[in-house]
Design a protein. Structure first.
Length: 133
């Protein structure tokens, strides 16, 4: 099993291990080893060690695992539901952060496009609102 020791390099086809500086080349692993790695990641969920693509892949694995438990009529372990909920919260939080960042970028760009007179009018309106309150 090959490893790469570069924390900023996250090439396609590699997964992080418990150590965020080490990536495992999944193409050199057998499918059973890959499933074991995914199962371990779901059991010991650590959102900070995963990027958005890895979170989505782990969520897909978790849903597949849940469906298999249901198909076999076996009680689902609590870590499956807990992990899926945590992944969903993390993805939703990251997407909200991305949207908020984009809104700020758009507002800054629009502000930069205003003429000097428009900026003055905007500041005067804001000043009037602040002083009347």
């Amino acid at each position: 099993m090959g490893t790469v020791r570069n924390r900023h390099h996250d090439p396609k086809g590699r997964a992080r291990t418990k150590n965020p500086n080490i990536f495992v080349d999944l193409s050199k692993q057998r499918p059973a080893e890959r499933r074991k790695l995914m199962l371990d990641q779901l059991r010991n969920f650590n959102a900070e060690a995963m990027n958005l693509d890895e979170l989505v892949a782990l969520a897909a694995f978790g849903r597949q695992l849940r469906a298999e438990y249901e198909a076999l009529k076996v009680e689902e372990p609590p870590f499956v539901d807990d992990g899926l909920k945590a992944i969903r919260r993390e993805v939703e939080g990251r997407m909200a952060d991305r949207r908020a960042t984009r809104v700020r970028e758009i507002k800054a760009t629009l502000e930069g496009l205003k003429s000097r007179e428009e900026k003055r009018e905007s500041l005067e309106k804001e000043l009037a609102a602040l002083t009347s309150a």
